[in-house]
Design a binder for this molecule. Structure first.
Ligand code: ADP
Ligand code: ADP
Length: 219
């Protein structure tokens, strides 16, 4: 489903060149749950950003469903992201001025889903993450674990095939981290492909495969 062919990413700032990813070849199958691990600065976020079409490789090709996504225009990339990818971040990235329902509904506003169906979908995913009783709350009124559950609901409301999660448990205590992992594992069992960056060996051990990076190379 996701295939990286000899992918490299070089950042050029003034006279400093950083090879963040060096000739990465990686295949991730449909319905896999993969953890990406490695020390700070080894290229984990860069890799996730490339798979998430938030940045483009300097060399090599990225295929998702046999579509070359590595050189799409911004507009094509945005459409692809909205249709096929869900993002979960360490810091939740919720909109503080919107309540839980409205935060979760956001990705659907870019599509053609009718208002009535949008409300249904929002309720369905909030139910799934166990937050049906917090729909009118604002992010500031929720615990960190609850905020991350809202973020996961928002990530899945468009029914993406792939979830990309960058340290989703990084800001949570271990109990809340376990709850978030349980939700991601449940989604994975329903067939969603999950690619997750984590520093936590215990969290990673629950996933199907661990991919390790060191200085931009796969090890
Ligand atoms: P990780 O997520 O594993 O901590 P990153 O993917 O963020 O690592 O970074 C990999 C390397 O690329 C680091 O040396 C980092 O400094 C460099 N890097 C990342 N993003 C940029 C950027 N936008 N400009 C210049 N260098 C960058
Ligand atoms: P958890 O048990 O997940 O750690 P907390 O102990 O932080 O959650 O919060 C318990 C409950 O109190 C939560 O359901 C949350 O919605 C509510 N709550 C927490 N902080 C606030 C707040 N500042 N205003 C309103 N409700 C809050």
């Amino acid at each position: 489903m996701i295939e990286l062919k000899s992918v490299s990413k070089v950042f050029q700032t003034k006279d400093i060149e950083t090879r963040a990813l060096d000739d990465i070849c990686l295949k991730i199958n449909s319905s896999e749950f993969v953890s990406i691990m490695g020390p700070s600065g080894c290229g984990k976020s860069t890799l996730l950003n490339l798979i998430g079409l938030l940045d483009q490789p300097t060399a090599g090709t990225i295929l998702i469903h046999d579509t070359d996504v590595s050189r799409m225009s911004d507009r094509e990339a945005a459409r692809f992201r909205n249709k096929s990818l869900g993002f979960v971040f360490q810091n939740f990235h919720l909109v503080p001025s919107l309540n839980v329902m409205d935060n979760v509904e956001l990705p659907l506003l870019y599509g053609r889903v009718a208002a009535v169906e949008r409300k249904e979908r929002v309720k369905e995913v909030l139910n799934m993450v166990g937050l049906s009783h917090r729909m009118k709350h604002f992010p500031s009124q929720l615990s960190g674990g609850q905020c991350q559950r809202v973020a996961i609901a928002r990530a899945i409301v468009g029914h993406p095939e792939i979830i990309l999660a960058d340290e989703p448990t990084g800001n949570l205590d271990s109990r809340m981290g376990e709850e978030i992992m349980d939700i991601l594992l449940e989604l994975n069992e329903l067939g969603v492909t999950v690619v997750m960056v984590t520093h936590d060996e215990h969290i990673a051990s629950k996933t199907g495969r661990i991919v390790r990076l060191l200085d931009g190379k796969l090890v």
